[in-house]
Write a protein that binds this ligand. Structure first.
Ligand SMILES: Nc1nc2c(ncn2[C@@H]2O[C@H](COP(=O)(O)OP(=O)(O)O)[C@@H](O)[C@H]2O)c(=O)[nH]1
Ligand SMILES: [Mg+2]
Ligand SMILES: [Zn+2]
Length: 294
């Protein structure tokens, strides 16, 4: 499938037990990886674009990655859907902001999806992100609102869903791709292993795009995605970007410095207080990690 990024080379849909299932124009091929990868310390990942041997049994080459995540192990994600429900459970903006920042730092487009708007209005949550430059999709299954928007983001991209248990990820996937639940674990069945034993990422083609099913990625563990150094953190908050050149001091950390244009923007209502608050908390946490490491 041709993506907006990464071309349309064959890609690894799943790796399991030293075998790689590579989706090609000619269907799914079972391949092994050349020993050279192990020597170089490179592990082929689901999402990797690859060059196969002429007989289609070997991964000869892994094309350059746009990004890679260790947990969950997946390469070349374009979009991370961060699912939050208005209630049951009530979202933490800090947790959402951490995930969004991690995605941006990894060159992945975060998209916030708000569920359960039939139970409670999405107002506050929507307002928190209205000025963030992060796309927000408000879903409502009664009216169908948001579903086309979501399909538009899936098309032509490799994406993954994350979000707390109970926010409605499975419900959403079943709505978008009713066949997906049935497909899950097909490859491991072929291998004669119970699907409950597999923790591997598996990529499915749905809605004109590709979805990475990522077991163990249900909980919101942004620290597992990546650590963002405190100096880089400001770039993971896109709505702060317009003010960077305007602070009184170069190298302003946008916390307590006099003449900080970012703080002024917060005061003027141009940056949401919750977003700025998350930045401060994350900066503090990043500082502690840095000191501990050095
Ligand atoms: N009222 C309402 N309930 C929902 C919505 N989305 C999911 N649920 C319910 O929330 C519960 C958890 O949903 P589920 O999809 O299993 O969440 P997951 O843990 O993220 O996969 C289930 O009882 C769903 O029926 C929604 O938009 N509105
Ligand atoms: Mg679920
Ligand atoms: Zn500043």
């Amino acid at each position: 499938m041709a993506d907006k990024t990464g071309g349309n080379a064959p890609y690894i849909a799943k790796g399991i037990g030293g075998f790689y299932y590579v989706r090609t124009d000619a269907g799914m091929l079972e391949c092994k990886a050349r020993g050279i990868f192990r020597k170089r310390g490179v592990t082929p990942l689901a999402g990797d674009r690859v060059v196969l041997s002429p007989d289609g049994t070997m991964i000869d080459e892994i094309l350059p990655r746009k990004n890679e995540l260790v947990r969950p192990p997946v390469a070349n994600l374009d979009v991370l859907f961060i699912v939050a429900s208005t209630v049951q459970p009530v979202p933490s903006t800090l947790v959402l902001d951490k995930l969004m920042a991690a995605a941006i730092y990894k060159n992945i487009q975060p998209v916030l999806i708000i569920t359960k708007t039939d139970i409670s209005a999405a107002g506050t949550l929507q307002a928190d992100y209205a000025q963030s430059a992060i796309p927000v999709i408000t879903l409502n299954y009664d009216t169908g609102a948001g579903l086309d928007d979501l399909r538009g983001w899936i098309a032509g991209h490799l994406s993954a869903f994350c979000g707390n248990s109970g926010v409605g990820k499975s419900t959403l996937l079943n709505t978008l791709a009713p066949g997906l639940a049935r497909q899950t674990g097909t490859i491991s069945h072929k291998l004669g292993r119970g699907r409950h034993t597999t923790r591997e990422v598996e990529i499915f083609e749905v809605c004109g795009g590709r979805l990475a099913d990522t077991p163990g990625f249900a909980s919101l563990e942004s620290q597992k995605l990546c650590h963002i150094p405190k100096e880089a953190l400001q770039h993971a908050f896109p709505e702060m970007e317009p003010y960077f050149g305007q602070c009184k001091f170069t190298g302003c950390s946008h916390r307590t410095e006099k003449g900080c244009a970012v703080r002024a923007a917060r005061d003027a209502g141009k940056i949401a207080p919750t977003r700025y608050e998350s930045y401060l908390t994350m900066y503090e946490e990043a500082s502690q990690v840095n000191e501990w490491e050095h």
